[in-house]
Design a protein around this ligand. Structure first.
Ligand code: NAP
Length: 339
């Protein structure tokens, strides 16, 4: 038996922690090529809420179904020669204490870096920032890069990677404390409040020559605010639309499309980080180098225990977290193995 979170009902408006229900589930016996894992860490992601709105790049999460989610676990029972007991694995393990999964669906975690980094800077957040910025945005030294949800898991890495590339970096975030953190600790040139009534004027002052690359995590009014500041030939990296996730009535828009795309010769391109799966190893090596030489800082918001998973997602959506949001499911008694 394992405890597991289920989505008890479809959220009405904003997500609430009591939209979820914690249940005991029977674990099936481990079949050929399957493993049983004990969860160590769970990644809480903005996309978790988008999955409840309907099918995206994965099937929808509907009322009455177990909550999926990326996690790190340790193999405690195995019928897979490639994943012996003790192997540390990453994959869609779900919001639960234990799971039985196909070994082929799991990535073996190697190396000696702290385990949670494999969900954050070396996992979904870092790879999304890396490929979205460097492949789709293609920023050149001296260009101006604007990123929204700049203090979040993805955004906090995008801005730092843009700085490493020699760009001027402007971050948009939701509180004065986050603005100070981005400017003082992460090296952003300017951080602006995306809720300010003067956002358009603030952007004009912060980007007097316009914006070359906009890394869009939020869509909605913020995208509408940045569009008129784009330079001719600018690139908009469509990474996500968090401003439209936590609602049952997403807003159409933005205004200015396609007119501004035509006149400014803009490129707007969406992506899912797994599009670049074949290049993950090389990207992780470069990112690990930035961690080692201190040019990339990581921040984590850790909630303790499986019971806290729904609250952690509600907090993330409300802007109450900074950096990578994680839930520690089991005490960290293991480090990744080097083999
Ligand atoms: N394409 C891909 O492969 C891929 C992969 C991973 C993530 N993503 C996308 O990346 C984005 C960030 O995801 P994440 O998991 O890293 O979350 P996150 O940035 O750690 O957290 C989300 C942040 O969004 C901000 N936010 C919430 N509502 C907002 C609104 N209405 N307007 C503006 N900002 C708002 C909040 O910060 P403030 O306090 O600053 O408002 C919050 O902290 C999401 O859109 C997600 O879907 C895409």
């Amino acid at each position: 038996v394992s405890r597991a979170w289920f989505l008890a009902r479809a959220p009405q408006g904003r997500l609430r922690a009591d939209d979820f229900e914690l249940r005991d589930v029977d674990l099936p016996p481990v079949a050929e090529n399957e493993v049983r894992c004990e969860l160590l860490w769970l990644s809480i992601d903005a996309a978790n809420r988008a999955w409840m709105q309907g099918a995206t790049y994965r099937s929808a999460v509907t009322a009455g179904t177990p909550m999926p989610g990326l996690g790190l676990g340790r193999v405690v029972e195995s019928r897979s020669p490639s994943h012996p007991v003790g192997t540390i694995v990453a994959g869609d393990l779900g919001w639960r204490e234990q799971c039985v999964v196909e070994a082929d669906d799991l990535e073996v975690v190697r190396g000696t870096r702290p385990l949670p980094e494999h969900l954050g800077v070396l996992g979904v957040s870092g790879l999304t920032a890396y490929f979205g910025l460097l492949r789709i945005g293609d920023p050149q030294p001296g260009e101006t890069v604007v990123v929204s949800a700049a203090a979040g898991a993805t955004g906090s890495l995008v801005g730092q990677m843009a700085r490493i590339r020699g760009c001027r970096v402007v971050g948009l975030c939701g509180s004065p404390a986050k603005q100070r953190w981005l400017e003082d600790r992460l090296g952003y040139d300017v951080a602006l409040d995306h809720r300010s009534d003067t956002l358009a004027a603030d952007l004009k002052a912060a980007c007097p020559d316009g914006v070359d690359v906009y890394f869009d995590n939020v869509g909605g009014p913020v995208l509408e605010g940045v569009l008129p500041r784009m330079r001719v030939g600018g690139r908009i990296v469509c990474c996500g639309v968090i401003s439209q996730y936590d609602t049952d009535s997403p807003r159409p828009g933005p205004a200015g499309v396609p007119g501004l795309i035509v006149t400014r010769r803009l490129t707007m391109r969406g992506f899912i980080y797994t599009d670049f799966q074949a290049e993950f190893d090389a990207a992780q090596t470069e990112i690990a180098g930035w961690l080692d030489d201190g040019s990339l800082q990581v921040a984590q918001h850790v909630a303790e225990g499986l019971d806290r998973a729904p609250d952690a997602l509600v907090d993330l959506l409300a802007g109450a977290t900074r950096g990578k949001c994680l839930v520690r499911i089991a005490p960290e008694t293991v480090v990744a193995h080097a083999g």
